[in-house]
Write a protein that binds this ligand. Structure first.
Ligand code: ADP
Ligand code: MG
Ligand code: MG
Ligand code: MG
Ligand code: MG
Length: 441
């Protein structure tokens, strides 16, 4: 409304902002932005700013390329690492067509649609992701895979050399409105995790994008590369983005029922049922790179079997111990290369089908399923996640519900992306092959 816009313009002036970044996300989940001088603010906030969508991955063809960025006023924040004078602020934008309608290829819109659908039954989807990343040395301006430190889980200095960087990142993110819950050295050398408080899935997806580029920026300022790649190094843990999920109804956690078995409500159990039913298709958007599948292998705390458990950490879905308002299910397959808007939309849609169709999950996996033989797993009906991007994409195409949630535009763009990526990978000759065959044959 005009009042909110004029209040926003006033705030921009009070903050001494001279540049505005209008930010959005492409299909791959990479942030894009255009900077405008503050003089254009009123125009941008009232009518939006036009741009050429044909140059953006997964957006549109040349002949229909006029797009408009409409800032979401609630996403206003200063960029703390930019100069303290003549400041820079950013808005996350919705992408619209020239006729003012939402653009079907905007990942943010995909998630908004899924959330509106859940809202019909009175539900708000809350997500709390745990993003892991590596800090690597940079040589001659190029990131390497050389560790910055040799620390391990919860280590302190001097083994942990990143405490200053984590501190700076936490301070910057806090200034940007994040509520940081914890930060720590992760299991692998030079691997870290910073946790922020859960929120509704749209806000959280915005936060994931902001988080990654803030951490990358802070690392760069210290001459380091922060990598969110799923499995940068063979033989050690990859980086995950465990996603803690819950539904709220009328302000209360709908997964909590003090009188139910495990104190988990029917809604919670059915949500798990839906997630498990569509787990294979969800994988395509939760694990969208060729490399993602190098993480989903046994032995490194990442899931590969489709199962759930209230106790052990090897399953795809774990129910963490806290109850009451913290009752949640932890979906452990996503990795930080995912486009969080698409991944959350797929998860929510799957979970909501479970709730609506009252899908009972199979019995929880009790003992560690990694210690079962494949015969025992077969007998228990435990299936595996797709083994590579191609297989995951086939699972997506076969899943009407998840395809409908993403919409035909996004599914087509993902198909093109998969084909191109898979062909490039399939035809390349990898170092492993040379090591294996060159001397022998
Ligand atoms: P872990 O024990 O798996 O390491 P963390 O403590 O690192 O888990 O992260 C837990 C995440 O779950 C945090 O982001 C937190 O905000 C989030 N969370 C807590 N309660 C809920 C809830 N009700 N719904 C969704 N996420 C939640
Ligand atoms: Mg954690
Ligand atoms: Mg924890
Ligand atoms: Mg972790
Ligand atoms: Mg976790």
């Amino acid at each position: 409304s005009p009042e909110t816009i004029s209040a926003m313009l006033e705030r921009i002036e009070q903050d001494n902002v001279k540049f505005l970044r209008l930010q959005f996300t492409d299909l791959l989940g990479l942030p894009k932005n255009v900077a405008i001088p503050v003089k254009q603010a009123e125009k941008a906030l009232t009518g939006g700013i036009g741009f050429d969508g044909s140059s953006i991955e997964g957006f549109v063809r040349i002949e229909e390329s006029d797009m408009v960025l409409k800032p979401d006023l609630s996403t206003y924040t200063l960029l703390p690492w930019r100069p303290r004078e003549n400041r820079v602020a950013r808005f996350i934008c919705d992408v619209c067509k020239p006729d003012g309608h939402s653009f079907e290829g905007d990942p943010r819109y995909v998630l908004q649609r899924a959330m509106e659908d859940a809202a019909k039954d009175g539900y708000v989807f809350n997500t709390g992701p745990e993003l892991e990343f590596f800090l690597f040395k940079v040589l001659d301006g190029r990131p390497t895979t050389q560790f910055q430190d040799g620390g391990g889980y919860f280590d302190l200095a001097p083994t942990d050399l990143a405490e200053d960087l984590r501190r700076e990142a936490v301070l910057a993110l806090t200034e940007m409105g994040f509520e940081i819950e914890a930060s720590h050295h992760e299991v692998a050398e030079s691997q870290h995790e910073i946790d922020f408080k859960y929120s509704d899935a749209l806000h959280t997806a915005d936060n994931v994008i902001t988080f990654k580029f803030a951490v990358k920026t802070m690392a760069l300022m210290r001459g380091l590369h922060a990598s969110f790649m799923a499995k940068p190094i063979y033989g050690i843990n990859g980086s995950g983005m465990h996603t803690n999920c819950s539904l709220a109804k009328d302000g209360a956690n709908a997964f909590y029922d003090p009188d139910a078995p495990l104190q988990l409500s029917k809604t919670c159990m059915h949500f798990i049922g839906g997630l498990l039913r569509h787990a294979k298709a969800i994988t395509r958007v939760a694990n969208p790179t060729i490399n993602s599948y190098k993480r989903l292998v046994p032995g490194y705390e990442a899931p590969c079997y489709i199962s759930w458990s209230a106790s052990n950490r090897s399953t795809l879905i774990r129910v963490p111990a806290p109850r009451g308002n913290s009752t949640r299910v932890e979906f452990r397959s996503p990795d930080p290369t995912c486009n969080p808007y698409l991944a959350f939309a797929a998860m929510l849609t799957a979970g909501m089908e479970g709730v609506r169709e009252e899908i009972e999950p199979p019995v929880g996996a009790g003992n560690n399923i990694y210690h079962m033989t494949s015969v025992e797993r077969d007998r228990a009906g435990i299936e595996t996640l797709p083994g590579d991007l191609y297989e995951a994409h086939q699972a997506l195409i076969a899943d009407d519900l998840i395809c409908r949630a993403l919409g035909p535009h996004v599914v087509e763009a993902l198909t093109n992306a998969t084909n191109a990526e898979w062909d490039a990978y399939r035809t390349a000759v990898h170092p492993w092959e040379l090591d294996r065959y060159l001397a022998t044959y």
